[in-house]
Design a protein around this ligand. Structure first.
Ligand code: ASP
Ligand code: MG
Length: 444
């Protein structure tokens, strides 16, 4: 069994739903399980409705509900040919909107909010389900609220998920295809809950692990992963394979890779995750698994709007507890540190959230001289860079010989070397790294 997850934009219109239906019903030797997000924009609108209700603005909520409801009326009209399935879908969706409208009349707490947020995936999966039935496909809808569970700590409960899901699948001997909702679940108190924004990827990974899928496919409509940023560097090539750890390193650098937490269940269950593009369904995509391509550098990625903070103090020499004091300051302002480099008498850190920069700097001044550099950019090189492999650091450093480098970080993991440069040098840096690291593919 393969698990195939489609994101919001992949099911973002009736036309897109039809092309996903074609993809998931292509002839295939196994029964697959399809995980769907809400249609794009829907979760945001449901959040907006909840915000109105939190603020006690029922009128605002009602107006937004009305708009969403008429949007879906249009979708239904465009999606189905037969009156029978048009009616079925309409009935289901009207039920969801009545539920939401009834909630506007009650006391509004986070329990009701989660029920509202769940409607997006409930609706998209039912729309697909009825569409498949109309096409004569023996599809079965598996209600995620019947098997997706989180535990007392709010973490997915893999054992419970498996124990509930497998019998549901076994009971459907005639099914050709299974559909389920991403994102939504029930919590420890049996209330409707969710796996937080973007949680459909998490569902796919958890469900894939539960059914011991042969593969977990994550379909989006964005162009696949490249070994460098194609907007900046010419002649990039697609990345066909990444190790789970390499993928985790890239998680910080944009949306093309799944959040490392989401793919953890797949990693532990040793199930390959494949990133595929609905616009190019025949392209091989990027496979992420536990295999490593020895000595291979996979990708270069960059993140802008980084601020570097340096604190220098001769008191740091041979002192213990100095770093703790520094880190506590960042922690107290809920600011996470991304890159860090230390010398004997100083430490440099990078942050991307500057909301509390001035407070942090004020507090740090208690311990040393503080310098701030803004408009910086982290450039990271990802691949098999075990410290005993020779030569990759010098190739990367060679590439940067004409570029001022503010920080270098290596040794945090076996898969990453990062450089902090000025944003204005980002382009040069990415191009130079492509030239030196992917000489046969990435010349620009
Ligand atoms: N619909 C949810 C969201 O937009 C879950 C998902 O798409 O992964 O975050
Ligand atoms: Mg999404």
């Amino acid at each position: 069994m393969k698990v195939m997850k489609f994101g919001g934009t992949s099911v973002g219109s009736p036309a897109r739903i039809k092309s996903v239906a074609e993809l998931i019903t292509a002839p295939c030797s196994q029964r697959n399980l399809v995980v769907l997000s809400a249609m794009s924009g829907t979760t945001n609108t449901l959040v907006e409705i909840s915000d109105y209700l939190h603020k006690g603005n029922r009128e605002g909520a009602k107006e937004t509900i009305g708009r969403l409801k008429s949007l879906y009326a249009g979708h239904i009209a465009a999606l189905y040919e037969s009156e029978k399935y048009k009616k079925e879908a309409e009935q289901y969706i009207n039920g969801c909107f009545s539920l939401i409208s009834n909630i506007t009349k009650q006391l509004f707490t986070s329990v009701e909010e989660k029920i509202i947020l769940a409607q997006g995936e409930l609706i998209s999966t039912h729309m697909m389900y009825y569409y498949l039935l109309e096409k004569g496909v023996k599809a079965v809808l598996l209600p995620a609220l019947d098997f997706m569970r989180t535990d007392a700590n709010g973490e997915p409960d893999s054992d419970a998920i498996k124990a509930r899901l497998l019998p549901l699948i076994e009971a459907e001997a005639d099914a050709e295809l299974f559909i389920t909702q991403g994102f939504i679940c029930r919590n420890f108190h049996n209330e409707v809950d969710n796996l937080l924004r973007g949680g459909s990827d998490y569902t796919a990974s958890l469900v894939g692990a539960a059914v011991q899928a042969s593969e977990i496919q994550i379909w989006t409509d964005i162009d696949g992963m490249h070994n460098n940023d194609p907007r900046v560097v010419e002649g990039t090539s697609p990345v066909r394979h990444l190790n789970f750890d390499e993928a985790a390193e890239l998680g910080y650098f944009g949306a093309k890779i799944l959040h490392p937490t989401c793919i953890l269940p797949a990693k532990y269950a040793n199930i390959p995750v494949r990133l595929l593009n609905t616009m190019e369904p025949d392209a091989p995509g990027t496979t992420i698994d536990n295999n490593l391509d020895p000595g291979t550098i996979k990708a270069v990625a960059a993140k802008d709007n980084i601020t570097a903070i340096k604190i220098k103090s001769s008191r740091m020499l041979l002192a213990h507890g100095f770093l703790r004091k520094v880190f506590e300051i960042f922690e107290s302002y809920h600011t996470s540190i991304d890159m860090i480099c230390t010398s004997e008498v100083g430490v440099s850190m990078s942050i991307d959230n500057t909301k509390h920069l001035s407070e942090i700097v004020t507090d740090l001044k208690k311990y040393g001289t503080v310098t701030v550099d803004t408009d910086m950019c982290i450039v990271c090189v990802v691949g098999d860079m075990d410290w005993e492999n020779l030569g990759f650091e010098s190739r990367a450093m060679d590439a940067l010989k004409d570029i001022p480098v503010r920080m270098v970080s290596y040794g945090g993991s076996n898969y990453n070397i990062s450089f902090l440069v000025k944003s204005s040098d980002k382009r040069r840096t990415l191009c130079a790294l492509s030239r030196f690291l992917f000489a046969d593919t990435g010349r620009s």
